[in-house]
Design a protein around this ligand. Structure first.
Ligand SMILES: [Zn+2]
Length: 175
């Protein structure tokens, strides 16, 4: 359960943006963050993928099969990196919540595969963890073991009907 909201305390005091090696910039804990703390909320204007310039796609947070939030440029949401062994998970539609205690100085991460429903997605991973999958793909490609590990702590839309109705922005899959 979420006990505290970091944003309400002033995001500047809990999180900072800094250099994250091969990944470019990332988001780091500026002080200890406790299990269950709300670290970030991607809630914002939800746009069709077709309405978002391609150069921004890598920064987008997916909220439905055809809807994305573009974080404010330079914000925490803009810079939050993926890890194959993350210390945060997604809860509900937009919330990033601490999966364990995070000490000051640790990079704050979540697993992009628990956010992406577009099956054409592929990103080379630089997370450097022992369990690194090397290539990050959509939720559908996550091994069952990891799906079980994350349980319901993935983007809510991924747990809904697998065949969304309406005009989908993602390409149709061949099989
Ligand atoms: Zn990785």
């Amino acid at each position: 359960m979420t006990r505290r909201t970091i944003k309400e305390e002033g995001e500047g005091s809990a999180l900072r943006v800094g250099a994250a090696g091969a990944k470019g910039r990332g988001v780091f804990a500026a002080r200890r963050i406790e299990l269950g703390d709300l670290v970030w909320d991607y809630a914002g204007e939800e746009k069709w993928i077709k309405g978002i310039p391609k150069r921004l796609w890598r920064y987008c947070f997916q909220v439905d099969y055809d809807k994305y939030v573009v974080p404010e440029k330079g914000s925490t949401g803009w810079f939050m990196n993926h890890s194959c062994e993350p210390n945060c998970v997604i809860m509900g539609r937009t919330r990033i919540v601490a999966l364990r205690r995070i000490e000051a100085g640790e990079e704050v991460t979540f697993d992009y595969s628990t956010n992406v429903g577009w099956e054409g997605y592929s990103m080379r991973c630089e997370c450097g963890t022992k369990g690194c999958r090397k290539v990050v793909r959509s939720y559908a490609f996550l091994p069952d073991e990891l799906k079980g590990h994350y349980g319901a702590c993935v983007s809510a839309f991924l747990l809904g009907p697998s065949s969304p109705s309406g005009d989908r922005a993602r390409p149709a899959t061949a099989s």
